[in-house]
Design a protein around this ligand. Structure first.
Ligand code: ADP
Length: 230
């Protein structure tokens, strides 16, 4: 069954959430009290409706209560954000995700029992800083309990060694998911570097200097592994 989400507030943040969800196949109800913002996204989501989300009857009329989750992405008008959030709680929406611009707003939302609070500005800043500090980390998927999946360039210290020799599990508590490797192939008559996955790595798999490693483990273990083998 398709996931159903309501996105309320279609500024830059809400607009990008709504679009991404729709692109990934979710059924999205996009809501804003500004007609222009609704118009802007109409073609790209299942439903786009202009209404004032502080009006609980208006939300109910759009069946917001049947959504799997609702995201409140209203930015500047914190009062509207609070009333909208309270409306969603009153409509018994299973999962409510709300935006907070600062610590005070976050505290109030926590006191209302909201468990998922997003601070887009703060989160982007954190991601950028982490990327700058860890130039080896190409992408990462944060997971609960401080775990993450990362894609890293091969640290110099482990190049040309076998997996068994590196003792990823024993020494670093890390698991290698797979390796991305470049192969020279002829395309349109020209030798071209093409990226492949080597499948599930084995103990005798040798790591090449140009390999990209995909690892899972705790953040501090990944950092330690990179630092030691830099
Ligand atoms: P950003 O662009 O940083 O995501 P904005 O504050 O510009 O944030 O966007 C918030 C959006 O929320 C705007 O499109 C605004 O029209 C919308 N909005 C504000 N109040 C309400 C409301 N009561 N009901 C529905 N949408 C609202």
């Amino acid at each position: 069954m398709r996931h159903k989400f309501a996105v309320i507030g279609l500024g830059r943040f809400g607009n990008s959430i709504a679009r991404t969800l729709a692109e990934r196949g979710a059924e999205v109800l996009a809501v804003d009290n500004n007609e222009d913002h609704v118009e802007d996204i109409k073609e790209d989501v299942a439903y786009a409706v202009a209404l004032d989300a502080t009006d609980i009857r208006a939300l109910e009329a759009q069946n917001v209560q049947d959504m799997d989750a609702a995201i409140v992405a209203i930015g500047e008008d914190f009062e509207a954000l609070l009333i909208t959030t309270a409306n969603l709680q009153e409509l018994n929406i299973k999962r409510i995700i709300t935006r907070a611009a600062n610590k005070q707003q976050r505290r109030i939302l926590e006191k209302m029992g909201i468990q998922e609070i997003l601070s887009p500005e703060g989160e982007v800043g954190k991601t950028v800083a982490e990327r700058l500090l860890q130039p080896n980390i190409r992408t990462f998927l944060p997971l609960p309990d401080n775990y993450e999946i990362v894609e890293i360039n091969t640290p110099r210290g482990i190049a040309n060694k076998s997996l068994a020799k590196i003792s990823l599990r024993e020494k670093y508590n890390l698991n290698m998911i797979t390796i991305k490797r470049f192969f020279e192939e002829i395309q349109d008559g020209k030798p071209t570097q093409v990226e492949h996955i080597i499948g599930v790595p084995k103990a005798d798999t040798i790591i090449y200097p140009s390999d990209i490693l995909i690892l899972i483990g705790k953040k501090h273990d990944i950092k330690r592994f990179i630092d030691i083998n830099r």
